[in-house]
Design a protein around this ligand. Structure first.
Ligand SMILES: [Zn+2]
Length: 246
């Protein structure tokens, strides 16, 4: 008794959970959503490559000092003075400016940053002309002084970029995931809307055809080709196209 009840229940469950024959539109919607899912990763990747959210330029300016014994000091403006006045006998010997460019990529969230590097500009008073894009050797005391000044002013990232220690591209995993969700929603909504529009268009075409057929029937013409059937009253087929006349 109970076994039979359970068996019947199971049969019902199997019946109702069986695949129903789906309409063409239901299948089209499924394909559209699958396509949206498949396109999500390429879309997020492409947008990260091609779309620059914004470009930020950081210009750090500072002053260079030299003591009587030849020691070089540097201080970032407006923090100048902390190091610059280290020795009373130090004099200002020049200026420096470090330009750090960062391209922020991705949409809607910044999924990666690209650091093309940093350019150092030097204006050493003893030399006269300012120099742009100076490449100081790694063991240069001037380089060490500027680096120290940058670190003291809290520009750690700028130092990393300048030294080439920062990877050229840094990724943000959470933004990659968030962009994935946003793009999936956008693409699937677009795909769904495409199917919806096609379905709507198809219905309009169908309705138009129906109206035309009814009009032909009223006028006593063949519903398929519009041939005048009033003359061939006794024939049950259209002599033009062979459609059964009603
Ligand atoms: Zn016909």
């Amino acid at each position: 008794m109970i076994v039979r009840m359970i068996r019947n229940k199971l049969r019902l469950i199997r019946y109702y959970s069986a695949d129903r024959p789906r309409s063409v539109w239901g299948r089209a919607t499924n394909i559209a959503f699958a396509a949206a899912l498949a396109l999500t990763a390429p879309a997020v990747w492409l947008v990260d490559r091609a779309f620059v959210l914004r470009v930020s330029q950081l210009h750090i300016t500072g002053r260079l000092y030299e003591s009587a014994d030849g020691t070089v000091w540097a201080g970032v403006v407006p923090d100048v003075g902390l190091r610059g006045t280290a020795g009373d006998d130090s004099v200002m010997s020049g200026m420096f400016q470090l330009a750090v460019g960062t391209a922020h990529h991705g949409w809607p969230f910044e999924s990666s940053r690209r650091h093309p590097g940093a350019q150092l500009g030097l204006d050493l008073f003893a030399r006269g002309e300012p120099q742009a894009d100076v490449d100081l050797p790694a063991d240069s005391s001037l380089r060490a002084a500027i680096e120290l000044a940058l670190l003291e002013a809290g520009h750690d990232e700028a130092v990393d970029v300048w030294q080439g220690e920062q990877p050229a591209v840094s990724h943000r995993l959470s933004a990659w995931l968030a962009n994935g969700v946003v793009w999936y929603l956008l693409l699937s909504y677009t795909a769904w809307f495409g199917v919806f529009l096609s379905r709507f268009g198809w219905r309009v075409v169908q309705a138009g055809r129906h109206v035309r057929q009814q009009q032909r029937q009223r006028e006593g013409r063949c519903v398929a080709c519009g041939y005048d059937l009033r003359a061939s009253e006794f024939s049950e087929r259209c002599p033009e196209c062979g459609t059964l006349a009603e």
